[in-house]
Each structure stands twice: as structure tokens, then as C-alpha cells.
Design a protein around this ligand. Structure first.
Ligand SMILES: [Zn+2]
Ligand SMILES: [Zn+2]
Length: 319
């Protein structure tokens, strides 16, 4: 579970784009009476052929156009999204309308429009290279010779279709993390009190990777140190982080442990504190020798950064 530290560019880009899209879908374009245009000549929505969606339930349109609900829905922080969902759930819709609403948000809006056309630009603006949940895989996928970003919906879009396009609900992730659905019993209305949200930094909620020798396996195995009962502990469990690393980081762990135990001297310590000391910055040494970033805010730039960093720090101490 990793934090997303800087996202202003992506949020501004996304906010403008998605708000125009909603207004255009509800009101139609300039050719319509009372049609919508933001009048920005560079707007990717208002200058394209995005047409009014004529079959939207009128109660949905009323809800979206009320107060600043579109703005909240598009750019509101997770708490605001939940309260918006609460208000929306007060409205009674027929089964048929519910189906239309799902398909409008999930298929028309998210899958066919946003993900298809803008997920890569969105990811570029976020500048996130590896999966927010695991830091093990890169976030870009190649599908039909086109690169697309995999985005997880923190509040599941199947449960809350209206949050399909909300900025704080779009979490860059790898394909496998996007398909771990954690515990199916998660109470999403209380989820912000129980789990870490990647866009919300909670400094005291930390975890550390470690390792242990397992006699029955006759091998080293990955451990995760985390405070009992903390939000981060629940998050680590929900994201199956230990399972992911146990099955995917064993080679990385073995290489590092070997580097410490195959020789009588602590080579890790020597490489960092003697061989390259003074020739490069500490950051450069870790990048060159271990292929990782050591600044928490840059962990996402290279896979396994936090994992290797935590293990190295532990190994350095062993005399
Ligand atoms: Zn526009
Ligand atoms: Zn992942």
C-alpha cells in the first residue's frame, strides 16, 4: 500500500475534462438550445463530437445539476463522495433507470470514454510508474498495441456506479491488484475509517517489510511488520500484500540475503558505506547497486523499492 504524494496536475486535467463531459452529456452541445460549452478553444470535450445522452432519467439530471453536485462528484475528496452517494441513494429509481444509470457511468463514461481515451494521459500527469497497491508491477498495459492505464476504483464501481469517474476514486494499479477484491465483506460506508486511502496521507500509518528464516521451508520468507489493529494492517491484509510478496519477491529477497551471508563481511554495508561513499549520493548508490529509489515519495518509480529498501536496512545492521 503506497501513497500518491503529488497529483495536482492530474486532478486539474481530470476535473476540467470530466465536468465538461457530464454537462455536455446532460445539456448537449452548442447547437442545442441551452446547450453547454466551456468556451475554452482547447477543451478536449467541448471541441469534440460528444453528444447529449437523451435517455438519461430526469431525476438523475436534476440531481447532477443541483448545487455543485457535478463538481463534487468529479473532484470531491473521498468523504464528500460518500456523502454524495448517501444523497443519491435517497432517490428512488426504477430497475430500468438503475440499469441506464449503471451503463451511463460505467460503460459510456468510464470504460468507453475515459479509460479508452484518457487513462494514459491521466497516468502521465500523475507520474506514477508502478502499482499503488503493490509497487511490484508497472501500471501501463499494452492492449491491442495501445498502452492503457489500469485504474482501480477504490469504492467499487459495481457497487457505486456514480463514482466511476471521480478523481479520488481512480487508483493506478496493476492488472492483478485491480482484480483482488479483498474481503467481499468490506463495509464501504465505513471504509475510510478502516483502510488507508492512497490519496490521503496518514503519516503514522506505516508498515515495514522484513524477513525470517523458515525452518519448515528451509528458506527465507517475507514478513510484514505492522501495528496490530491499525488501519494499515487492515489495508495490508485486504490487499493481500504478504501473499503477493511471498510469491513474487522471493528471488529479490534471496539475492539480498545472499549478499549479506555468502561473505564474511557485510557487503551491503561495504557497498553503501565504503565503496561508493563520497563518489555518489546515497540515492545514486541505491539506484545503481540495487535498482531502487530510497525516497518514499519516489518508491513508485521502480518496482520493489520499498521492499528492497526495508530489507537492506535490516541487513545493514547485521554485523
Ligand atoms: Zn469544455
Ligand atoms: Zn499491484
Amino acid at each position: 500500500m503506497f501513497h500518491i504524494y503529488s497529483y495536482d496536475d492530474a486532478k486539474i486535467f481530470h476535473g476540467k475534462l470530466v465536468q465538461c463531459w457530464f454537462l455536455r452529456k446532460i445539456k448537449g452541445g452548442k447547437t442545442k438550445k441551452n446547450g453547454y460549452s466551456c468556451k475554452d478553444t482547447t477543451c478536449l470535450v467541448c471541441n469534440s463530437k460528444i453528444h447529449m445522452q437523451t435517455d438519461l432519467p430526469s431525476k438523475l439530471k436534476v440531481f447532477l445539476l443541483k448545487d455543485d453536485n457535478i463538481e463534487k462528484l468529479v473532484s470531491g475528496v473521498p468523504k464528500e463522495l460518500l456523502s454524495l452517494v448517501g444523497n443519491f441513494e435517497q432517490i428512488k429509481f426504477s430497475k430500468r433507470d438503475q440499469k441506464k444509470i449503471r451503463s451511463f457511468f460505467i460503460n459510456t463514461g468510464y470504460e468507453n470514454w475515459f479509460q479508452e481515451n484518457y487513462s494514459k494521459v491521466f497516468l502521465d500527469k500523475l507520474n506514477l510508474d508502478t502499482c499503488t497497491y503493490c509497487n511490484r508491477n508497472y501500471t501501463l498495459n499494452l492492449i491491442d498495441s495501445r498502452t492503457r492505464a489500469e485504474l482501480d476504483h477504490w469504492f467499487p464501481k459495481e457497487k457505486y456506479p456514480i463514482l466511476s469517474l471521480s478523481f479520488f476514486n481512480l487508483i493506478p494499479s496493476c492488472h492483478s491488484c485491480n482484480h483482488i477484491k479483498g474481503s467481499p465483506n468490506i463495509n464501504w460506508k465505513e471504509a475510510l475509517d478502516n483502510y488507508i486511502h492512497p490519496y490521503i496521507i496518514e503519516k503514522h500509518e506505516t508498515f515495514k517489510f522484513g524477513f525470517n528464516y523458515d525452518l519448515s521451508l528451509n528458506d527465507y520468507k517475507v514478513e510484514i511488520e505492522v501495528k496490530n489493529g491499525s488501519k494499515i494492517e487492515k489495508t495490508v491484509v485486504a490487499n493481500s500484500l504478504k501473499e503477493i510478496y511471498s510469491s513474487n519477491a522471493s528471488k529479490e529477497l534471496k539475492d539480498l540475503v545472499d549478499l549479506r551471508y555468502k561473505y564474511s563481511d557485510n557487503y551491503i554495508d561495504i557497498l553503501i558505506n565504503k565503496t561508493f561513499k563520497g563518489l555518489m549520493t546515497e540515492e545514486e548508490i541505491y539506484r545503481l547497486v540495487f535498482n531502487i529509489e530510497i525516497d518514499e515519495k519516489k518508491y513508485h518509480q521502480r518496482p520493489f523499492s520499498k521492499f528492497k529498501h526495508d530489507v537492506i536496512e535490516e541487513l545493514k545492521k547485521i554485523k
